[in-house]
Design a protein around this ligand. Structure first.
Ligand code: PLP
Length: 377
């Protein structure tokens, strides 16, 4: 199998699994227990908190472990709105992950006003337009950092500065960024940052919301006193420990990894764009995550392409994995191009440090076959 969908998920790194194993076997206590067999696990959880904080560039006590990034995105929006109770407007973009968009749709049906910022054809958005959209009624700006479908990086530092100057809370869904690009959440000054373990060679079912405690007036889940009272529920100790180890590994050699993967990505997309006619790059000219490329194939239905490549043991996707079963065109490519056809004809390729040039060569050969077989004239 050739796996080129590392934005959907990643395998658990062997070192991560090794670190998790004791907590799936002999160390099965409850960290909230009064005796040492359980209570000692708090140290493991807090060590993981330090490792995740170190990767993100934040204080350990700003890290709240969650069940996934979807929970963290939902919780960040809820917490921001709760801490600005008189304000009824929020700003997001048309290219967010469904965990933000679906939450915003729900809020609209409950009387909130949401501005969905458009993006330029290259997938980026204008800070000046975000500034114009902010009103005295704006409680929150919530914008993705690195797009999961195209890899396009929003000017997150500039947006964070703008929000700080205007006294508006700022949340960024950073799920795709840590480990691919170095980040420093403290320097960034965002109020809420979302992360997920399974995008960086950690386990599924574990995420984090980074936020100062005073912004989390209500716990994420009402219940026990876990996570310093910020989220009830017995901790997923093995998952959290795995997240910590994955974060530690991800923080090493980011630049080397990014330049190696970036070079592979560049060579791959250059070959596809020159050797296969009727192709285009979604995100051309924008600053992007080094591992991601999103390429359109004129006249080729992307779901048919995914199925064709799957039959050749190649994994790619036609959009976000969370929406893959919906068979709807990519809302991200549609927001960039205004074209339903382009949104239905685009494929996301997510590379990683495990990807080889030889694998990419085989994928290009199969793409050529796929285009010949599937292109409608
Ligand atoms: N945000 C982005 C940008 C993502 O890519 C994903 C995963 O696809 C999520 C949020 C949701 O992550 P999780 O699967 O941990 O809920």
């Amino acid at each position: 199998m050739i796996y080129l969908d590392y934005n959907a998920t990643t395998p658990i790194a062997p070192e991560v699994l090794e670190t998790m194993m004791p907590y799936l076997t002999k160390e099965w206590g409850n960290p909230s227990s009064g005796y040492r067999f359980g209570a000692k696990l708090k140290q493991a959880v807090n060590h993981a908190r330090e490792q995740v904080a170190s990767l993100a560039g934040t204080e350990p006590d700003h890290v709240v472990f969650t069940s996934c990034a979807t929970e963290a995105n939902n919780a960040a929006i809820r917490a921001a709105l709760a801490s600005a109770p008189t304000k009824k407007h929020l700003i997001t973009s048309r290219v967010e992950h469904s965990s933000v968009l679906a939450m915003c749709k729900k809020l609209e049906s409950s009387g909130w006003t949401v501005t969905y910022m458009p993006v330029h054809p290259n997938g980026c958005l204008s800070v000046q337009e975000v500034e114009k959209a902010i009103t005295d009624n704006t409680a929150l700006v919530s914008l993705i950092w690195g797009n999961n479908e195209t890899g396009v990086l929003f000017p997150t530092a500039e947006i964070a500065n703008l929000c700080r100057d205007r006294g508006v809370l700022f949340h960024t869904d950073a799920v795709q960024v840590p480990g691919k690009v170095a980040i420093d959440v403290s320097a960034l000054g965002a109020d809420f940052v979302t992360m997920s373990a399974h995008k960086l060679y950690g386990p599924k079912g574990c995420g984090a919301l980074i936020a100062r405690s005073e912004l989390l007036e209500d716990p994420l889940l009402f219940g026990g006193h876990q996570e310093a009272g910020r989220r009830g529920g017995t901790e997923n100790v093995a998952g959290i420990v795995g997240f910590g180890k994955a974060a530690e590994l991800a923080s090493k050699g980011i630049e080397d990894r990014a330049s190696r993967v970036g070079a592979l990505r560049h060579a791959f997309e250059s070959r596809v764009l020159t050797e296969i006619s009727g192709t285009w790059l979604n995100g051309l000219g924008a600053e992007r995550l080094p591992n991601t490329t999103n390429i359109g194939f004129q006249g080729v239905n992307s779901d048919a392409m995914v199925t064709f490549l799957d039959a050749h043991d190649i994994c790619v996707s036609s959009g976000s994995a969370c929406l893959a079963s919906s068979l709807s065109p990519s809302h991200v490519v549609f927001a960039m191009t205004g074209s339903h056809d382009k949104a239905r004809q685009s494929i996301r390729f997510g590379l990683c440090h495990l990807t080889s040039e030889a694998e990419l060569g085989q994928v290009i050969d199969k793409l050529k076959l796929a285009v010949t077989a599937l292109r409608q004239r």
